[in-house]
Design a protein around this ligand. Structure first.
Ligand SMILES: Cc1cc2nc3c(=O)[nH]c(=O)nc-3n(C[C@H](O)[C@H](O)[C@H](O)COP(=O)(O)O)c2cc1C
Length: 220
């Protein structure tokens, strides 16, 4: 698959088929993804891949917390800037309108939004999930490295006919994830990623991008 094609066909998939991902495919993807660049070649990411019983236990434990009305753990890393200024506030609001509007959910129907959002903790039906941790003392450049690594994983998954959804939502239940994964104390969860074969059935809106001139400045 051409790189442009991989980039264009990757999007956040939120409905997966009940079909396992072959372990050898995952090994191939993660071996190749290790070629992602990192400042000083630190390779600061720590990746845990869950499927089978460990992932089922994780899904069950979080589902029980959500069902009990538990709103999650205190965040270790803020998910967004607070306050969020222009143009990010408008882009986030547009995302919400498209994502929930496509499901017929009104903007102010917070209960329905929460129900849909809970799909995150079922991996949207995917049978495999990846969790990316960093050492707690890593400054922003290494978080950028981890982002490049994760995008490399997502593009390679496309070339294997697989799809993914990166998920910061997992950070809201990071203690439960740590109970299952048992990472060393000094590691902090960045995000998770559901991986699997996309269910082509449910219609999903494509998220638009800002015009090039809003995000790129050419000085000539
Ligand atoms: C670091 C990161 C965290 C994300 N967290 C979530 C999440 O928790 N749940 C979710 O459904 N989508 C999540 N997304 C997907 C974004 O909403 C999505 O990438 C964005 O709206 C653009 O849409 P597209 O990826 O389909 O092009 C995340 C994306 C990134 C890069």
């Amino acid at each position: 698959m051409d790189v442009y094609e991989a980039v264009a066909s990757r999007h956040a998939v939120r409905a997966f088929l009940d079909r396992p991902v072959e372990p050898e495919v995952l090994s191939r993807v993660l071996t190749a993804a290790a070629h992602a660049p990192s400042g000083g070649n630190l390779q600061p990411w720590h990746i845990y891949v869950l499927s089978g019983d460990p992932l089922s236990r994780l899904k069950e434990r979080i589902a029980a917390r959500v069902a009990a009305g538990d709103r999650g753990d205190a965040l270790e890393v803020p998910l967004y800037p607070d306050p969020m200024g222009t143009p990010y506030r408008e882009r986030l609001s547009d995302f919400g309108k498209r994502r929930y509007g496509s499901l017929g959910i009104a903007q102010d129907d917070l209960a329905a939004r929460a129900r849909v959002r809970a799909g995150n903790w079922n991996c949207f039906g995917a049978s495999t999930a990846l969790f990316c941790y960093l050492d707690r003392n890593m400054p922003p450049p290494q978080w950028g490295d981890a982002g490049m690594y994760l995008q490399t994983v997502m593009l390679l998954l496309r070339s294997e006919g697989l799809d993914s959804c990166p998920q910061i939502a997992w950070a809201e239940y990071h203690r439960t994830i740590a109970e299952v994964i048992e990472p060393p104390q000094e590691r902090v969860l960045y995000c998770g990623m559901s991986i699997g074969y996309a269910d082509p059935e449910p219609p999903a809106p494509r998220m638009p991008r800002a015009p090039l001139s809003d995000t790129v400045t050419f000085l000539r």
